[in-house]
Write a protein that binds this ligand. Structure first.
Ligand code: NAD
Length: 457
C-alpha cells in the first residue's frame, strides 16, 4: 500500500489521498527526530513554553476550519468537533500551568556538607500511536506533555484521522517549532508496526485492547516506557431514588454523545427494578429525539460512523445476538438507508450478560439496559468485565454512591455524572483498559525520568 484514501464517512466520498510511510521513511523520520531531540532537550523550558503559546494562537485562529476538517474526516457533528477543540485548549492550558512545577529541581535531604536533589529528564524519542475518535484530545494527553518535557515525538494518527494529524504537524511548523521535533507518520497497522521497530525510548498508544496486546507482543523483550489507553465497557447504575427525567437525559447523552464512539461512553445501564419501566420509557424518549444526519449541520447530534461498514457490522451483530437471546428492541436496530455510514440510535431493554452487547465494546450508538434488584447485584454486574476504565452511579445519597464506587475495579468513578474527563485527574484504565496514566501531574511525569543527585562539598 503506497497511498491511503481518506473517506468522508457521511458521504462515502474520498476527500484526500495521502502517501503512506513505509519502513524506510519511518526509519528516516526516526533518525531525524532522534537528532532533533538532542537540541530540543536543551532548549530552555521558557522557550518551549513560548513556542507552545504561538501554537495555541495559530490553533485558535484556525479553530473553525480545524473543526470542519475533523467533522468531514471522522463524521463527528460540528458542535462536538468544536467542543473537542475547546477541550484540547483546556488540557493544553493545564499542562502549561503545571509544567514548571513538575520539572523543578527538588531538594529532598540535607545534612552538613551534603545535599540530595532530584531532577527530571526527558525520555528521549517517543512514539505516539493514536486513535481517531478524539484525535485532538487523546493526542493532547501525549504529545503536549511529551514535547514540553523535552522529548521529540513520532506521531502516528489513526488512518481515519490522518488529515487532522497532518494539520497538527502544520500548526507546530507554523508556530516555529524546530524541524522534526513533532514528526507525523502516516498509515495504518503496517506503518504502526514499522514504527515499533525503531529505537524508541517510549511508546504511548491509544486504541483498542486487541491492538494494545499486538503491540505488547511486538515490543516483548524491549525495555522502554509504555503507556496504553485502551477500550472500555463502562457501566452506569441508576438507583431508585433519582429524578428519573433528569437522569434519563444525562444517561442518554453519556451513551450517545460522539455516536457512542468514546472510550468512556456509557456502554451498559443497570436500573433499579423499582423505577425500571419509567426510566426505560424516559430514556427511549430522549433517544428518539436525537437528530441524526449531516455532521456539518448545526442541529445534528448523531453523525456518521467513522469506521463505516466495519462498525455497522459489529453493531448489527450485537443487536441480532441480543434479540435472539430475549432483549426487547425499543428503537433503532439497523443502519440508515442513506448514503454514508449511519446507524439508528438503538436501545435494547431486558438485557443480560449472556449477550455480547453487555460484554464486548460496542463503540457505537447502541445501548443495553438491564434491571437489578439491589446494590450488591449491580456491583457484581458492573465488575463483570475484563475492562476497567470508568463506572458511574446516580443517586442523591453520597454515602451509598461511595460504597458502590469504592468497589469498582476502574481507574475512574463518577457520582451523578458520566462520560467526562478532567485534566486535573489521572486518566487510567485497569485490566483490558490500559497501562499507566495520562493527564494530571502523573500524566506529565509519564514523559520524564528522574535523576538522583548527591552533592557533597
Ligand atoms: P485501533 O486499535 O484499531 O487503532 C489504534 C491505532 O493503532 C491506529 O493508529 C492504528 O493504525 C494503529 N495500529 C493498528 N494495528 C497496529 C499494530 N499491529 N501495531 C501498531 N499500530 C497499530 O483503535 P481505534 O479504532 O483507532 O480506536 C478505538 C479504540 O480506542 C476503542 O477501543 C476505544 O475505546 C479506544 N480509546 C481509548 C481511549 C482511552 O483513553 N482509554 C481513548 C480513545 C479511544
Amino acid at each position: 500500500m503506497t497511498e491511503i484514501h481518506v473517506t468522508n464517512p457521511a458521504t462515502g466520498e474520498i476527500i484526500a489521498s495521502l502517501p503512506v510511510d513505509n519502513p524506510e521513511t519511518v526509519s528516516q523520520k526516526a533518525r531525524y527526530a532522534r537528532d532533533a531531540q538532542k537540541i530540543w532537550a536543551h532548549t530552555p523550558l521558557s522557550e518551549r513554553l513560548r513556542l507552545m503559546q504561538v501554537f495555541r494562537l495559530k490553533l485558535t485562529e484556525q479553530q473553525e476550519a480545524l473543526a470542519r476538517l475533523l467533522s468531514e474526516e471522522v463524521g463527528k457533528p460540528i458542535r462536538q468537533s468544536r467542543n473537542e477543540l475547546n477541550g484540547f485548549l483546556q488540557r493544553f492550558d493545564y499542562f502549561q500551568d503545571q509544567i514548571t512545577a513538575v520539572l523543578a529541581e527538588e531538594e529532598v535531604y540535607t545534612e552538613l556538607g551534603l545535599s540530595e536533589t532530584i531532577t527530571q529528564e526527558p525520555l528521549g524519542l517517543v512514539a505516539n500511536i493514536s486513535a481517531w475518535n478524539y484525535p485532538w484530545l487523546v493526542g493532547c494527553n501525549v504529545f503536549i506533555p511529551a514535547l514540553l518535557t523535552g522529548n521529540t515525538v513520532l506521531y502516528k494518527p489513526s488512518e481515519f484521522s490522518s488529515l487532522t494529524g497532518l494539520a497538527m504537524a502544520r500548526l507546530f511548523q507554523e508556530a516555529g517549532f524546530p524541524e522534526h521535533v513533532f514528526e507525523p507518520v502516516i498509515g495504518g497497522r503496517e506503518t504502526g508496526e514499522a514504527l515499533l521497530e525503531e529505537d524508541l525510548d517510549g511508546l504511548f498508544f491509544t486504541g483498542s485492547y486487541g491492538t494494545g496486546t499486538a503491540i505488547a507482543t511486538q515490543l516483548a523483550g524491549r525495555l522502554l516506557r509504555v503507556g496504553m489507553e485502551l477500550g472500555g465497557k463502562d457501566p452506569l447504575y441508576i438507583c431508585e431514588d433519582v429524578d428519573i427525567a433528569a437522569t434519563a437525559a444525562a444517561a442518554a447523552d453519556g451513551a450517545f454523545y460522539n455516536n457512542g464512539q468514546s472510550c468512556c461512553a456509557v456502554e451498559r445501564i443497570y436500573v433499579h427494578k423499582q423505577i425500571y419501566q419509567a426510566f426505560v420509557e424516559a430514556f427511549v424518549e430522549n433517544v428518539k429525539n436525537f437528530v441524526v444526519g449531516d455532521p456539518l449541520a448545526e442541529t445534528t447530534y448523531i453523525g456518521a460512523l467513522t469506521r463505516g461498514q466495519a462498525a455497522i457490522s459489529t453493531l448489527r451483530a450485537q443487536v441480532k445476538d441480543a434479540c435472539a437471546k430475549g432483549a426487547r428492541l425499543l428503537c433503532g436496530g439497523e443502519h440508515l438507508m442513506r448514503e454514508g455510514a449511519f446507524f439508528a440510535p438503538t436501545v435494547l431493554a431486558d438485557t443480560n450478560h449472556g449477550m455480547v452487547l453487555m460484554r464486548e465494546e460496542s463503540f457505537g450508538p447502541v445501548i443495553g439496559i438491564q434491571p437489578v434488584y439491589q446494590d450488591e447485584e449491580a456491583v457484581t454486574l458492573m465488575n463483570d468485565t475484563p475492562y476497567g476504565l470508568t463506572a458511574s452511579v446516580y443517586t442523591p445519597d453520597r454515602a451509598r454512591a461511595r460504597k458502590i464506587l469504592s468497589q469498582m475495579q476502574t481507574g475512574t468513578v463518577y457520582w451523578n455524572c458520566c462520560d467526562r474527563v478532567s485534566p486535573h485527574l489521572p486518566w487510567s484504565g485497569r485490566g483490558h483498559s490500559g497501562l499507566g496514566a495520562t493527564l494530571s501531574k502523573l500524566g506529565i511525569q509519564a514523559f520524564v525520568q528522574p535523576k538522583a543527585w548527591h552533592w557533597r562539598g
